[in-house]
Write a new protein. Structure first.
Length: 219
């Protein structure tokens, strides 16, 4: 019976800091082993029960792999990846669901009880598309309940309407140039409207303003 020739599959892309230069486990560490491992397969793929990964640091309860070792599903049971499930593919991974459901029903769930969820496009775009997109941050205190947008270049908003409602404070600041324009009408309302120019740096205004000027040049 023909057997799979794939023996290069490994869950570790590069030797860890605790491994020696050959990529194997340190001498003071013990490689995983078992005497009940079972494997079925041929030149197209295989399924392993009790597979010990190439580094010898982890045992997979189940390892399903194709002829290409990078195409696999691993259910690990011990070591640094205890309880870890990993799906890898050298090509595309597609998940499709909800054909028999309605628009208001929840179709696809990704739920993490603890820890972070990371979605990374190493060399490409990250796209979200839907009839509506909702971003909701739930938390209390200044360190939680936040939504942060950071871009090395530009953040663009293009919409029919843009509404910003800040319950406590709203700040727009730039060390460069700010432009505000309205072709039809611009309304500004406040209980007090105060304008301060950089001239107060040399001589404070009658109603003050120097402290405000100093604070705006420190960010």
């Amino acid at each position: 019976m023909a057997t799979s020739q794939n023996r290069i599959n490994t869950r570790v892309g590069a030797p860890s800091s605790s491994a020696n230069s050959t990529g194997s486990l340190p001498e003071n560490n013990t490689s995983k082993k078992n005497y009940t491992g079972l494997r079925y397969g041929n030149d197209h793929g295989s399924v392993n029960f009790g597979h010990v990964h190439k580094m010898g640091d982890c045992t997979a309860d189940v390892l399903l792999q194709a002829s290409d070792g990078r195409h696999s599903i691993a259910l690990d049971k011990d070591g640094q990846r205890k309880g870890c499930t990993q799906l890898t593919a050298p090509g595309r991974i597609s998940i499709e669901a909800g054909e028999d459901l309605t628009e208001t029903e929840d179709t696809l769930f990704i739920h993490s009880w603890h820890g972070n969820i990371c979605i990374i496009a190493q060399d490409g775009k990250l796209r979200l598309q839907g009839t509506d997109i909702e971003l909701i941050a739930v938390g209390e205190g200044g360190s939680k309940g936040n939504i942060r947008l950071k871009a090395t270049e530009n953040i663009e908003l293009d919409s029919k309407k843009v509404a910003v409602n800040a319950k406590i404070n709203l700040r727009l600041a730039t060390p460069g140039t700010m432009e505000m324009s309205a072709n039809s009408c611009m309304k500004i309302y406040s209980s007090i409207v105060k304008g301060v120019t950089d001239a107060v740096a040399n001589k404070d205004g009658k109603t003050g303003g120097r402290n405000f000027q100093v604070n705006q040049n420190t960010f």
